[in-house]
Design a protein around this ligand. Structure first.
Ligand code: ATP
Length: 314
C-alpha cells in the first residue's frame, strides 16, 4: 500500500499490526487488569498515518476499514498527538489522515498501531528529537500494545504487555489471517475469560511464556512454532463466537502448521510452511466460506517508521 500524503508538509508513518504468538493471562488483579506474559510478532499488514499542520483538529480516514474508526477526539491517533502537544507545549492543531488496512477490533492492535504512528509522526513534524525511551514512556500511557508496535520485530511483553524484553529469533514466518465480519471488544473477551475460569474453578497461575515457544523462535522452524502457538483468551473467544473454532479447525485441516485466535480475536491467524503454502491455504479457506476476508502477511517486520517527510513528499 503506497499512499501519498494528502496535505503539503505532511509526515507519513507506516506502522504494522501484531500477532501474539503466545498469550498467557494471569488472574484478574484488584485494579481490573490482568497480568500478561506474551510474545509479540509484528506482521506486514500496515496502516499509514500522515500528520500535517492544520487550523483545527481533524481526522480523515481512508482504506478498507475507514468507516469503523472514530474521527473525533476518541481516535487513538488524535489522543497520541494531543498527548505529545500537551507534554511539549506545542500550540498547533493537526490534520491526521489514516489509511487503514489493519482490521478494526480484530485483535491485531490496529488502534494502538495508529497511536504509535502518530507519536513518531508528531516527533518528526515538530522536530522534538525524542529518544526511544521517551517515545516508549508516552506509548505505555496510551495502551499496552503501543510500546511493542513502536519497536516491531519480535518481543516478549509482561506487566499488561507494555514491559518489553528482546527475544532471540531467526527466520521469516508466513501467515494467513482470516478476518471476521464483526469485531470482538477486548474487555468483553477478558470478562468472558474470567467468567469461564470462575465457572470451571480454574486456579490460574502467574503467567509465563513457555520454553517451547522460545526454542521454536530461536530455531526459525515454522513447524515448531506452529505447534507452540498458544492463546489463553481462545476459549473465551470461542465461547462468544463458536464459529471461530470451526474456522480454526478448518485451517489446520487444510494444512496450516498452527492456528490461533489473534489476541482477543476474532481474527484467526494461521502459520504456514512457506509463501506458496500461504497462497494454497488462502484458496482453501476462501472456498470454505467460513470467513469474510483473508490476508497474507509475513513477520517479523519493523515497527512504526517514517516513510515520507515534507522534504521528500509532495
Ligand atoms: P487490540 O488487539 O489492541 O486489543 P483490536 O485490534 O482488537 O485491539 P482496534 O482495532 O484497536 O482493536 O479497535 C478497538 C476500538 O478502538 C474500536 O472500537 C475502534 O473503533 C477504536 N479506535 C479508536 N481509534 C482507532 C484507530 N485509529 N484505529 C482503529 N480503531 C480505533
Amino acid at each position: 500500500m503506497t499512499v501519498a500524503p494528502t496535505l503539503p508538509g505532511a509526515v507519513t508513518v507506516r506502522v504494522p499490526a501484531k500477532v501474539n504468538l503466545e498469550l498467557r493471562v494471569g488472574p484478574r488483579r484488584p485494579d481490573g487488569f490482568h497480568a500478561l506474559a506474551t510474545v509479540y510478532q509484528a506482521v506486514s499488514l500496515h496502516d499509514e498515518v500522515s500528520v500535517a499542520r492544520w487550523d483545527e483538529w481533524q481526522v480523515v480516514a481512508a482504506g478498507a476499514y475507514a468507516d469503523r474508526i472514530p474521527t473525533d477526539g476518541d481516535n487513538l491517533a488524535v489522543r497520541a498527538a494531543r498527548l505529545v502537544a500537551d507534554r511539549w507545549d506545542v500550540d498547533e492543531c493537526l490534520s491526521i489522515r489514516i489509511d487503514k488496512d489493519i482490521p478494526v477490533a480484530g485483535g491485531m492492535a490496529g488502534g494502538s498501531a495508529d497511536a504509535a504512528a502518530a507519536l513518531v509522526a508528531c516527533d518528526q513534524l515538530w522536530g522534538l528529537g525524542l529518544d526511544r525511551d521517551e517515545l516508549a514512556e508516552l506509548a505505555a500511557t496510551l495502551g499496552s500494545d503501543v510500546p511493542f508496535i513502536l519497536s516491531g520485530g519480535n518481543a516478549m511483553g509482561s506487566g499488561r504487555g507494555e514491559q518489553l524484553a528482546p527475544v532471540l529469533a531467526r527466520g521469516t514466518f508466513h501467515w494467513v489471517f482470516a478476518i471476521s465480519d464483526t469485531g470482538l471488544s477486548t474487555p468483553e473477551v477478558y470478562a468472558e475469560c474470567d467468567r469461564l475460569r470462575e465457572r470451571d474453578g480454574i486456579d490460574v497461575p502467574e503467567p509465563q511464556v513457555s520454553s517451547e515457544l522460545m526454542a521454536a523462535l530461536r530455531s526459525g522452524d515454522p513447524a515448531l512454532l506452529g505447534a507452540a502457538l498458544h492463546n489463553d483468551l481462545e476459549p473465551a473467544a470461542f465461547s462468544l463466537r463458536p464459529q471461530l473454532r470451526e474456522l480454526r479447525d478448518a485451517g489446520v485441516e487444510f494444512g496450516a502448521l498452527g492456528g490461533i485466535v489473534s489476541g482477543s480475536g476474532p481474527t484467526v491467524a494461521f502459520l504456514t510452511e512457506s509463501h506458496e503454502a500461504s497462497l494454497d491455504l488462502s484458496v482453501s479457506l476462501a472456498a470454505s466460506d467460513l470467513c469474510r476476508d483473508l490476508r497474507r502477511a509475513k513477520g517479523p517486520v519493523h515497527g512504526a517508521h517514517v516513510v515520507a517527510t515534507p522534504r521528500h513528499a509532495d
